[in-house]
Design a protein around this ligand. Structure first.
Ligand SMILES: Cc1ncc(COP(=O)(O)O)c(C=O)c1O
Length: 331
């Protein structure tokens, strides 16, 4: 349904849809799956690759030859923008809030390897960082360059509208009548896109959003704004898209990027039972949310459920470098 919208392939095919047999044995749930968006051939993978497929297509349509992106030094979006730029032969400028750290680990180290130009803006908040990025784009344009500012949430959300169809096809061909999908609730594009795609396909699913950043009303408002933008952009109404959405606030703990005992344990549980990794900001709390939903019976044992792994694993190295206690606490 969204095939007519411009997209440049960065994923090289579907990401794995994988059964979690040891987690099933551990929890007594009969059908647990993971959609592994942390696994991709480009830039060590992650949800922002799906958004970038649409952002770089728009950049191409506008004749841009340079990607500009702003984010925290540990930002996965910045890393994947730098990787997409490398693959497509575009220049990349990254604007980070804060000051340069003494040693670059995690995503920051990868951004350097990817050849991005990196500028540190000093201690600025998110709004100011956004303003500085827009100013940088204006200055580059005035100097005769053709920069594209990465980050429009509606364009980025198209990636997960498409992903809903990919997941539905994979579940169908595995003979699974998927009833629950669990993913992080954060800035909104991934969640809004996924809910929009589910609505267009009329999928019989509950979409569990485990909030890792905002209170429920703010998260809901962000998602609603993006879905409205998607309806306008794609020209396809989503009807009663909200009926699939459930927001869970029980994993947020002390706030964004701040681990909880449950999220620290989830990183170890996932690694030891299934052999893949979570990071501490998004996926650990989401996985902890899945475990809580299984434990409480909110996801009943007979109803197939899928953990949507949105990636971000390279950030784990920086997180553990900053807080070595995270590994000790997981023992
Ligand atoms: C690994 C990971 N998961 C989830 C998210 C949240 O995605 P969204 O901003 O679309 O809500 C991000 C955002 O950067 C991320 O890096």
């Amino acid at each position: 349904m969204l095939e007519n919208l411009p997209r440049i392939d960065l994923l090289d095919g579907p990401t794995p849809f994988q059964r979690l047999r040891r987690l099933e044995a551990e929890t007594g749930h009969g059908a647990l799956w993971a959609k592994r968006d942390d696994v991709a051939a480009l830039g060590l993978g992650g949800n922002k690759l799906r958004s970038l497929e649409y952002w770089v297509a728009e950049a191409g349509q506008r004749g841009c030859d340079m990607l500009v992106v702003a984010g925290a030094p540990e930002s996965n979006q910045c890393r994947l923008t730098a990787a997409a730029a490398a693959r497509l032969g575009l220049e990349c400028l990254i604007l980070h809030g804060g000051n340069p750290p003494e040693s670059a680990v995690g995503n920051l180290m990868l951004n350097r390897l990817l050849g991005a130009e990196i500028r540190f803006l000093g201690p600025v908040d998110e709004d100011e960082r956004g303003r500085r990025a827009r100013t940088a784009v204006e200055e580059l344009t005035a100097a005769g360059r053709r920069p594209y500012l990465v980050g429009d949430p509606v364009v980025g959300a198209l990636g997960y509208a498409r992903a809903a169809g990919e997941l539905a096809r994979q579940a169908r061909s595995a003979g699974v009548a998927l009833r629950h999908v669990v993913l992080p609730g954060s800035m909104g594009p991934t969640e809004a896109g996924f809910l929009y795609g589910c609505a267009l396909l009329d999928l019989d699913l509950t979409v569990h959003l485990v909030s890792v950043e905002y209170q429920a009303d703010e998260l809901q408002a962000r998602i609603a704004g993006i879905v409205a933008g998607l309806e306008r952009r794609a020209g396809l109404p989503a009807g009663d898209w909200q009926r699939r959405m459930t927001i869970h606030m029980d994993q947020l703990g002390p706030g964004y990027g701040r681990p909880t005992p449950e999220s620290v344990a989830a990183v170890a549980t996932c690694a030891r039972l299934e052999g893949f990794f979570l990071e501490h900001t998004y996926t650990a709390k989401t996985f902890a949310g899945l475990l809580a939903l299984l434990d409480s019976g909110a996801i009943p044992a007979g109803e197939p459920a899928c953990f949507l792994h949105t990636g971000g694993v390279p950030a784990l190295f920086g997180q553990v470098a900053d807080q070595p206690g995270l590994v000790a606490a997981a023992r």
